[in-house]
Design a protein around this ligand. Structure first.
Ligand code: NAP
Length: 336
């Protein structure tokens, strides 16, 4: 390989708003030689994924930004063309993180060997790769779908969404996709076998979605955010689960998007869960035992705001709504 040329696509600048071609630059560099414990891969497939939009920015996230003047980062499937690691031979096909370039060095420890006989090698970047795994864990761990429930996913013809809906179907759920345009919707319903697919570009999208989900929505696998999310939320059933996987509609936003900060929910993996105290009535005994002990030992303090006379209840109640109570508001209706 010595003397060969490696074409690379560098990140040249960071976008403000939607990225443009100016943010990238095609350069040529010598093909590198592997050091001890390294291999040189000829990249066969480069995965392009929405997360790369985040890497182009400097904003704080769960991963470091891609460096300016370096090849853009990305998952790859490659063939080993030189090796200085005993675990890998020339010709092995490997899954790695070679980035946007034709050749890449990698520590052998960062690679996974693929069996080209087991599945097409490109699937290691898609349905059997990071996007497929994302669908699988997001739906089963967080979505917790149960047979008979309705699962809705947007970007349904894409790498993650297509797997989400199909797993939902395998689990006995009604799978409803959301996709952009009639052709994608046909593919999702006819080829992937979702029970329905709704075009988010249709003027009456929200009404069509409601029709496609006659029993409401039990799992909304969030891939996009934005206008799609706004149509979905009113249809969520009691105790619905919303795995927040991606918010692609918001990745280019240059100002705060109105409503809850879902980007923080995603990046910080926040748990946001509503509850009503009666959901946990089985915990009453635990509460009385623990809180009673804390109260007796002085670790739990309390303050009461006592108003005398039933006739003062309305004014006291209105005061509570305006913050005039200080502590737990009680009306002393009669003395012991
Ligand atoms: N949390 C994780 O670990 C993780 C891992 C992988 C992916 N993700 C996220 O999962 C989501 C899907 O990723 P993917 O790899 O499967 O990509 P993908 O679905 O193959 O491609 C992106 C799709 O998003 C849809 N889209 C783009 N802008 C949109 C908008 N403004 N409103 C509605 N839909 C829009 C488009 O489909 P339509 O034309 O059908 O609208 C587009 O084809 C992304 O948000 C990604 O960031 C998260």
């Amino acid at each position: 390989m010595a003397g060969g040329i490696n074409r690379q696509i560098m990140l040249r600048s960071r976008p403000h708003g939607p990225p443009s071609l100016d943010n990238f630059e095609l350069v040529q560099a010598p093909v590198p030689e592997p050091g001890e414990g390294e291999v040189l891969m000829r990249i066969l497939y480069l995965s392009l994924d929405p997360y790369m939009r985040g890497r182009m920015s400097e904003a704080r996230s769960y991963a470091r930004p891609a460096a300016l003047g370096q090849p853009m980062v990305g998952g790859t499937v490659g063939r080993i063309v030189a090796t200085r690691d005993p675990g890998y031979a020339v010709g092995d096909i490997v899954l790695g993180f070679g980035g946007w370039q034709e050749f890449a060095l990698s520590p052998a420890s960062a690679l996974r060997k693929l069996d080209p006989g087991a599945a097409p090698i490109s699937t290691a970047l898609g349905v059997l790769g990071m996007p497929g795994m994302t669908a699988y864990v997001g739906l089963t761990e967080i979505g917790q779908p149960k047979a008979g429930e309705t699962v809705v996913v947007a970007a349904a013809s894409g790498a993650v969404g297509s797997v989400v809906g199909q797993i939902a179907g395998i689990k006995g759920c009604r799978a409803v996709g959301i996709a952009g345009g009639a052709e994608k919707c046909r593919f999702v319903a006819n080829d992937l076998g979702f029970d329905a697919c709704v075009d988010h570009r249709a003027d009456d999208f929200a009404a069509r979605l409601a029709t496609a989900c006659p029993d409401g929505i039990d799992v909304y696998f969030e891939n996009v955010g934005g206008a799609v999310q706004q149509a979905v939320w009113p249809l969520l059933n009691d105790f619905a689960r919303v795995p927040v996987c991606g918010l692609i509609a918001q990745y280019d936003a240059t100002a705060a998007v109105p409503g809850p900060d879902m980007i923080s929910v995603l990046r910080k993996r926040l748990t946001v869960r509503g509850f009503i105290v009666s959901d946990f009535s089985a915990r009453l005994g635990d509460f009385l035992r623990e809180a009673g002990e804390w109260l007796r030992s002085g670790r739990l303090k309390y303050r009461e705001h006592v108003v005398d006379g039933l006739e003062n209840a309305p004014a006291a109640f209105l005061g509570l709504l305006q913050g005039r109570n200080f502590g737990k508001l009680l009306v002393r209706v009669a003395s012991l």
